[in-house]
Design a protein around this ligand. Structure first.
Ligand SMILES: Cc1cc2nc3c(=O)[nH]c(=O)nc-3n(C[C@H](O)[C@H](O)[C@H](O)COP(=O)(O)OP(=O)(O)OC[C@H]3O[C@@H](n4cnc5c(N)ncnc54)[C@H](O)[C@@H]3O)c2cc1C
Ligand SMILES: NC(=O)c1ccc[n+]([C@@H]2O[C@H](COP(=O)([O-])OP(=O)(O)OC[C@H]3O[C@@H](n4cnc5c(N)ncnc54)[C@H](O)[C@@H]3O)[C@@H](O)[C@H]2O)c1
Length: 446
């Protein structure tokens, strides 16, 4: 069997890994990137997750027809995939190896593509294999052609008229918000009673009632019983109900992609959730082997995978000052309508930590731009440290909050006192100028 040797090998074309590969290539180091599927050049985000979903979401909000949006999306994503491939493959010192990698030893992999096999030996190894959907154990789920994960749903060419969704997390809410805008009937089922459990109740309740007002129905807590062809049977309040669907989306979380990776042949250890154990600088339990992105657990975002790259770059070529533990508050955005974004501590987290806070609240309807946009629904909240005046956390449920939250994230990191944002000049009319008002004395909740 052919044996290839490289200084650096990256397993999986994830966000952090592809950025690292480019960086290493620009330094002239030999790099191999092993990717299981040509459809995934560029990784999960651009091919089957963030980008295709946001492409379709934006067009649903513009009133576009689903089939047209889906066709345009397919062309757009094919272009991104192509661009991502060439971004690495055209580098002189990069070798793209097509096939599924499996460890045979700490620094040796066997890569299989059809009947072809090669051995790849690496001085330094970076595991960036991402995550995959968790499927609940439910009779009739596996093998049902109308039961889909987000990957297959994003590939549909025709709009499902009736969409059932199992799970009420990030993926579910984004798809629910999008498909009601395309005109589908959407019903969401969750085993957990509490909606968006990590959010403060005032915000979560508003998100739920706004989605309900737009036509999404929520059923929780339910006990899922079985799926028979295009019908979901579930129990709620001791009675059995059913929902007939065209397509059913399973969105019950994603788990680290470590199965069948041959890690039993190495000293790379997993935790009980099957995630690769890493230390504060992303080293696994094997020397000269690192893990990047979803595969090592924690927050599952493209931008945290990218930040893993920054840590590795700093640790391997910089002043070794960056680590996971200095990442600070990671902002998040759920791309529903309007967007729900947050960073840092919310009220329930502050209370759990016994952390004193001053609370500021503003209804989105008080921001003129939100009314101009025709999206006055929503709420802004911020927590401030009573001693230092620093912002502890912010939650914005308003149009364009996915942009605004990054400004607040920076303010938290830079320890900017809230008064500076209250008195900052912002352009008009914008959603950002709402921050002048949010932090005004009159909006402090005593
Ligand atoms: C529907 C959806 C929407 C999302 N929206 C957002 C969003 O808006 N914003 C956001 O930040 N995050 C979003 N996420 C999460 C985000 O997509 C992931 O957190 C991110 O892509 C993880 O990147 P990664 O670097 O860990 O690896 P990935 O990008 O997941 O890359 C892993 C790669 O490894 C390959 N691979 C796996 N096993 C092997 C093997 N044995 N051999 C060779 N190759 C292998 C895979 O084919 C894949 O290409 C979304 C996720 C989903 C599912
Ligand atoms: N905008 C973004 O940044 C974005 C968008 C989509 C996904 N993502 C990432 O992808 C990850 C995965 O998303 P997700 O929505 O699959 O997971 P999630 O963890 O956000 O939500 C899973 C939901 O499924 C429910 N659930 C679990 N088991 C169930 C069962 N057996 N029956 C019914 N309900 C069940 C949970 O109660 C929860 O509400 C997210 O955690 C996020 O990190 C990010």
């Amino acid at each position: 069997m052919e044996k290839m040797n490289f200084k650096n090998v990256i397993v999986g074309w994830g966000k952090g890994g592809k950025t690292l590969a480019k960086f290493l290539a620009e330094r002239g180091e030999s790099v191999a990137v092993i990717e299981a599927s040509p459809k995934m050049y560029g990784g999960t985000c651009i091919n089957i997750a963030c980008i295709p979903s946001k492409y379709l979401i934006v067009r649903s909000e513009r009133g576009m027809d689903f089939a047209d949006a889906a066709a345009q999306k397919a062309t757009f994503i094919a272009g991104l995939n192509h661009k991502n491939y060439h971004n690495l493959a055209d580098e002189e010192s990069v070798t793209v190896i097509n096939g599924r990698a499996r460890f045979v030893a700490n620094h040796e992999l066997e890569v299989t593509a059809g009947t072809d096999k090669v051995r790849v030996v690496a001085e330094r190894l970076f595991i960036n294999t991402g995550a995959k959907p968790v499927l609940p154990e439910l009779l009739g789920l596996v093998g049902n052609p109308d039961v889909l994960t987000s990957t297959e749903l994003l590939d549909l060419k025709e709009q499902p008229k009736k969409l059932a969704i199992i799970g009420a997390g990030y993926i579910s809410l984004e798809f629910a918000s999008m498909f009601v805008d395309y005109g589908s009937e959407v019903a969401v089922f969750d085993v957990r009673e509490e909606f968006l459990a990590r959010e403060d109740r005032d915000l979560a309740d508003r998100v739920k009632s706004d989605l309900e007002a737009r036509g999404v129905s929520f059923h929780a807590p339910v006990e899922l019983q079985e799926i028979r062809e295009k019908t979901l049977f579930y129990k709620q309040n001791d009675a059995t109900h059913h929902f007939k669907f065209d397509k059913l989306l399973v969105a019950t979380g994603r788990k680290a992609n470590t199965e069948n990776l041959g890690l039993e042949n190495t000293s790379i250890q997993l935790n009980t959730r099957g995630e690769i154990i890493v230390n504060d600088i992303l080293e696994t339990t094997a020397a000269q082997v690192w893990a990047i992105g979803d595969v090592h657990g924690g927050a599952q975002f493209t931008y945290t995978s990218l930040d893993d790259f920054r840590i590795l770059k700093n640790q391997l070529y910089g002043d070794k000052s960056r680590r996971l533990s200095d990442r600070g508050a990671v902002p998040t955005s759920v791309f529903i309508r309007p967007t729900l974004s947050s960073v840092g501590l919310n009220e329930q987290a502050a209370q759990a930590l016994d952390k004193p806070y001053r609370l500021f609240k503003l209804a989105t309807s008080a921001i003129v731009k939100a009314n101009v946009l025709g999206e006055p629904q929503g709420l802004l909240k911020a927590l401030v440290d009573p001693e230092t005046d620093e912002i502890l956390g912010a939650m914005i449920y308003a149009s364009e909050s996915h942009e605004l939250i990054n400004l607040l994230s920076l303010a938290i990191k830079a320890k900017i006192p809230y008064g500076m944002i209250r008195d900052q000049i912002f352009t008009h009319p914008t959603i950002s100028e709402g921050l002048n008002d949010l932090f005004a004395d009159a909006n402090e909740v005593k």
